[in-house]
Design a protein around this ligand. Structure first.
Ligand SMILES: [Zn+2]
Length: 147
């Protein structure tokens, strides 16, 4: 499935070393904030490149298939790609919001209960705005509403 592959590629975070907290360093120190700004900017750039690449690719390939069956499968492929791009655009917005939080020095605390989200969790999920407990709870609620 090409969509899954794309999703994995764009959500994988490359090019950073896990943050090592120095002795006595307070949570979300300036260095820590720089670390996450770096990660988020890298991620955002990778996503934006992905979006550009797809647009080029679709321009190149559009209307290259005279056979209607080929065209149909091409359209299906495009619509899958467009949906993936839509997800990426939303993610980019979320990253921008997160970068603003870092600037306001409000990044890294749970939006719901106020505890520290933690460096490890944030490195795995830099746009997380809930601690693991609140996130789990929110997911359970979401499932109940969904059914
Ligand atoms: Zn919480």
């Amino acid at each position: 499935m090409p969509t899954n592959e794309n999703q994995q590629k764009s959500s994988s975070l490359r090019g950073f070393e896990p943050y090592v907290t120095s002795k006595g360093e307070e949570y979300m120190s300036e260095n820590m904030r720089k670390h996450f700004t770096f990660i988020l900017n890298n991620w955002k750039q990778a996503l934006m490149q992905e979006v550009d690449r797809t647009v080029d690719h679709m321009k190149d390939e559009a209307a290259n298939f005279p056979d209607p069956a080929d065209r149909a499968s091409q359209e299906e492929e495009f619509s899958l790609e467009l949906r993936a791009r839509d997800r990426e655009r939303k993610l980019i917005k979320k990253i921008d919001k997160t970068l603003q939080l870092i600037e306001d020095e409000e990044y890294g605390w749970c939006e719901s209960c106020g505890v520290e989200i933690g460096v490890k969790r944030l490195e795995a999920r830099p746009t997380a705005d809930l601690c693991i407990d609140c996130k789990t709870l929110a997911e359970i609620k979401e499932k109940q509403v969904g059914k």
